[in-house]
Ligand binder design. Structure first.
Ligand code: 2HG
Ligand code: ZN
Length: 466
């Protein structure tokens, strides 16, 4: 793939549309947009554009399409698969100025928003109206809702409320030729033709640029209870997960953290709120939510009964709002804490839930075979395990040459049990080499054809997914 480099006349055109202060070529902005949270990649764009309207994006895309300039849309840069890396330079379309919540429809439980709104800000705005946007990625305090839609993000509450695709009703998007379309309707049901909304959700900025998002909301659950359960065996913790569902419970979060994940988070925060006895190997963090506290206490009791079949330590029941916040803070920081301690590679494996103990066992066995250490944690209730493979003291050669083989082995296992290689982080730039494990030529061919229909010149987020 080759693209036209940005020249003075291109900048002059962008200036005409966006005015000078939103056409940025200074080093600070170029550096900021050269990376995201994915490992240590650096791909500087040639220019950073900060549009404020759909029409501006339409004009920029039409121009870049005609002149064959690469365009990489960017949210807050919190992605973990390199979806926002401008791997071919060109334009970085920085969405931070499109940061308005346009309408909270309290009659129909919907919100219409621009993509550059921080997810937590959106959540807080709808809570004020008694409504709930449940999708809750760990980076919610900094990620943008547009990036969440582009990557089809998940997070701890997906186990009860689904991932982003389960909340998206309708999208306004700009196609690479500059045309603007809505993908569906603002309705809870829609059986009309192909579902473009669902196709674009999770398309990682490769098909169109999202400019407006209509999300489904639910009434805000007034109560929740949270427990942290220590296990003497990590495999038991994984096995307990499915038993909770088989007993008829659906927690609003069911998270797994192996010992190193929690200790790493505690060290990172220099927190000593939890005493972890030496022989504890893993924890489950379990939340239930709803409107009736008595019912929730009943659920926690029922879940505790299920867990009594396993060897568990003393359960920590979060008494106060502060204690709940503290536990969630530790859980949410695991990824960042691990990254802070070592060079690492993050995998986002997902299997049918009952396979979770086997997945953990496979990850550890492959690690032992190749000499890699991993820190595992994640959304156990979804069968979704984040596997952070840490470099530690390993030499560069082993890390670079053997790691891809080890990862392939894990992914082959995942595929063999009808799981997949990303539950919520996306394929982006880093997972492309593994797509052949989960898709054959026919499947990949169909996806390539779809890409061509939307983006015949291949200018949108090139170098991603395939
Ligand atoms: C999580 O579950 C997120 O914490 C982020 O998916 C994972 O930061 C990470 O590595
Ligand atoms: Zn996650």
């Amino acid at each position: 793939m080759s693209f036209k480099k940005i020249e003075t006349q291109d900048l002059a055109f962008f200036h005409k549309i966006l005015a000078e202060n939103r056409v940025l070529v200074d080093q600070e902005n170029i550096d900021r947009c050269a990376s995201d949270e994915t490992e240590d990649f650096v791909f500087p764009p040639e220019v950073v554009l900060q549009p404020e309207t759909t029409d501006e994006i339409s004009q920029v895309l039409a121009y870049c399409n005609t002149h064959h300039i690469a365009v990489t849309p960017r949210g807050a840069g919190t992605g973990l698969s390199g979806g926002a890396l401008p791997v071919f330079g060109g334009v970085c379309l920085d969405m931070r100025r499109m940061n308005h919540i346009l309408d909270i429809d309290t009659d129909n439980f919907q919100v219409t928003t621009e993509p550059g709104v921080i997810t937590e800000a959106l959540q807080n705005a709808v809570i004020e109206k008694g409504l709930f946007y449940p999708v809750d990625p760990s980076s919610r305090g900094s990620c943008f809702i547009g990036g969440n839609v582009a990557e089809n993000s998940g997070g701890p509450r997906a186990v009860k409320y689904g991932v982003v695709k389960d909340s998206v009703l309708n999208l306004e998007v700009v196609l690479p030729d500059g045309s603007v379309i809505w993908t569906g309707a603002n309705t809870l049901k829609n059986a009309t033709g192909y579902n473009l909304t669902q196709l674009l959700t999770g398309s990682e900025g490769t098909l169109a640029v999202i400019t407006r998002i209509v999300l489904k909301l639910v009434p805000y659950p007034k109560e929740n209870l949270l427990i942290l359960v220590p296990f003497y065996s990590a495999s038991d913790a994984c096995a307990a997960v499915n038993r909770i569902f088989l007993a008829g419970f659906t927690p609003s979060a069911l998270e797994f953290m192996e010992r190193d994940a929690l200790t790493c988070a505690m060290n990172y925060y220099q927190s000593n709120t939890i005493a972890i006895p030496d022989d504890i190997q893993a924890h489950l963090l379990i939340e239930v939510d709803g409107n009736n506290k008595e019912v929730l206490f009943g659920e926690i009791e029922g879940i505790s009964e299920v867990l009594s079949a396993f060897r568990t330590g003393e359960v920590l029941f979060a008494e106060s709002h502060e204690q709940k916040q503290e536990l969630w803070k530790l859980r949410r920081i695991v990824g960042e804490a691990v990254k802070n301690g070592s060079i690492y590679k993050e995998e986002d494996t997902v299997v049918p839930r009952s396979r979770l103990p086997e997945l953990l066992q496979t990850v550890k066995a492959v690690g032992n075979k190749y000499g890699f250490k991993s820190v595992c944690y994640g959304h156990a209730g979804d069968g979704n395990l984040h596997v952070n493979i840490v470099k530690g003291d390993l030499d560069d050669k082993t890390w670079e040459e053997e790691l891809p083989t080890a990862i392939r082995e894990i992914f082959h296992y995942v595929h063999s049990v009808k799981g997949t290689i990303s539950g919520e982080h996306g394929i982006g730039y880093v997972q492309r080499p593994y797509m052949d494990i989960v898709f054959n030529d026919i499947q990949l061919g169909l996806m390539r054809e779809i890409k061509k229909v939307f983006d015949p010149n291949g200018i949108l987020n090139p170098g991603k997914v395939f």
